[in-house]
Design a protein around this ligand. Structure first.
Ligand code: MG
Length: 174
């Protein structure tokens, strides 16, 4: 394998009013809970940020995606904390001799506002991933009021990740 690998992850979850008014689960993004009257509909906890990051890591090493590893038909994953999925992806990249180089995340939604929690999310993600805070970036964007995301009925996340091989680190002396 080359010393660098790039991965892309994407996820979208519908947002509904919180249970019992709707089917929305508490709004958790990147493992951080937001006080918001709507939340994601999903088999697991619906954390779209962790799902997209997990898929980016798995994609970078050409492994099966999150839906293949953790099928939403498996009752074991009902309401599952998505940190479990992330940790499995980290375990797999480590096994293949890679570590995270850097991670860039774009969260698209009208609400909740990402900006005020951005630093907290990056710090928390870095701790979950076992990397430096400086290697994790998150941007919040709106969908300008159009389509389902813009109407607050869904949240969308895009992630790009670069992995570095342990061999490249050794040659670099780092
Ligand atoms: Mg998902």
């Amino acid at each position: 394998m080359p010393p660098f690998r790039i991965g892309h992850g994407y996820d979208l979850h519908r947002l509904e009013p919180l249970e019992p008014e709707g089917r929305g689960r508490p709004c958790v993004l990147g493992g951080i809970q937001f006080d918001h009257p709507a939340g994601p509909v999903g088999h697991s906890d619906g954390d779209a940020v962790l799902h997209a990051v997990t898929d980016a890591l798995l994609g970078a090493i050409g492994e099966p995606d999150i839906g293949q590893l953790f099928p939403d038909t498996d009752p074991q994953h009902e309401g599952q904390n998505s940190v479990i999925f992330l940790h499995e992806a980290v375990r797999r990249i480590t096994t293949r001799g890679f570590r995270l180089g850097n991670l860039d995340i774009t969260v698209i939604c009208e609400r909740p506002k990402i900006g005020p929690r951005r630093d907290e999310m990056c710090t928390h993600l870095a701790s979950l991933l076992g990397c430096d805070r400086a290697d994790v970036n998150i941007k919040g964007k709106t969908h300008e009021g159009v389509d389902a995301v813009g109407e607050g009925r869904a949240i969308e996340v895009h992630v790009v990740v670069m992995l570095v091989s342990a061999d490249a680190d050794a040659k670099d002396g780092s």
